[in-house]
Ligand binder design. Structure first.
Ligand SMILES: [Zn+2]
Length: 278
């Protein structure tokens, strides 16, 4: 993989597994993951094509950043129309950079966080479900979105908020554990890693980079910068996923201005990973 020297990336597929979904004006509104198991849909949105004003311009999908909630709802509706899901069924947690992952298993939990910041899933940085027609939506602006999906023994999907702290707290293992609790074999799980800040832009200093190295090994650290995708891949392999089933949309959110970046812009909007079972 270009620019990545580490063996961690051997056998991991990249851009070829994703395709851009463009607007009428040829703006990339989202990236679709094309290797999901049958019946599962996975999208990673960009910041393009929404209604929000600066500094949330324009496709901000997060309620917690200070944007007008009516515009966030309008943006979520725009995404639902493009991608093809019911916006009233969006199920979203209140993310707090933890390792907490929860199962959506009660009918009354569907729609939590669809139109507001508050959610019954709080604190929570990953959702898993086997329900059909329940789009799990999590927000990002540099942290790594990790979507897990399987179709055996029945379809199940997970969306995980894998930032530096969530990874340290085991959000990957937590997500895989809930998937296996639904009957999935780790070797039958496909993972899609969306856009996130790359080691090119994520210098964290000596103390945090040493902690990260102690937890994930030398390959997850470059100098005093951390590599979120490498750390996620290390944990995905450790939990039993096959490298051939791990797909990385290798885009740095801090380098690429099509995406929101907290590191680059401070106060800004949030793009999303959204996945559901048809
Ligand atoms: Zn970068």
């Amino acid at each position: 993989m270009e620019g990545k020297s580490s063996q961690i990336y051997d056998g991991i597929s990249s851009y070829g597994s994703f395709s851009p979904l463009n607007s009428f004006f040829r703006m990339p509104l989202a990236w679709r993951f094309n290797r999901a198991p049958a019946g599962v849909e996975v999208f990673f949105t960009t910041r393009m094509g929404g209604a929000s004003a600066p500094p949330f311009d324009s496709l901000n999908l997060g309620f917690h950043v200070g944007d007008d909630p009516e515009l966030v709802i309008r943006n979520r509706t725009t995404v639902s129309e493009i991608c093809g899901f019911d916006p009233a069924s969006i199920t979203a947690p209140r993310q707090r950079h933890t390792g907490a992952v929860r199962l959506v298993e009660q009918e009354e939990e569907i729609g939590a966080g669809a139109d507001r910041e508050e959610s019954v899933f709080d604190p929570c940085d990953g959702l898993v479900t086997a329900f059909r027609h329940v789009p799990l939506l999590l927000n990002f602006a540099d942290c790594l979105p990790v979507v897990l999906a399987t179709d055996a023994p029945r379809p199940a999907v997970a969306v995980l908020h894998a930032g530096r702290r969530g990874l340290m707290e085991g959000v990957i293992a937590g997500g895989v554990a809930l998937m296996t609790g639904l009957g999935a074999e780790p070797a039958g799980i496909t993972a899609a890693l969306g856009p996130a800040i790359g080691p090119c832009c994520y210098e964290v200093g000596p103390e945090i980079s040493r902690q990260f190295e102690a937890r994930f090994g030398r390959e997850a650290v470059q100098g005093e910068s951390v590599d979120l995708a490498a750390a996620a891949i290390i944990d995905l392999k450790k939990t039993g996923l096959a490298p051939a089933n791990i797909h990385l949309l290798d885009i740095c959110t801090c380098c690429d201005k099509d995406f929101f970046s907290y590191r680059r812009d401070g106060t800004t909007g949030r793009h999303a990973a959204v996945a559901w079972i048809r």
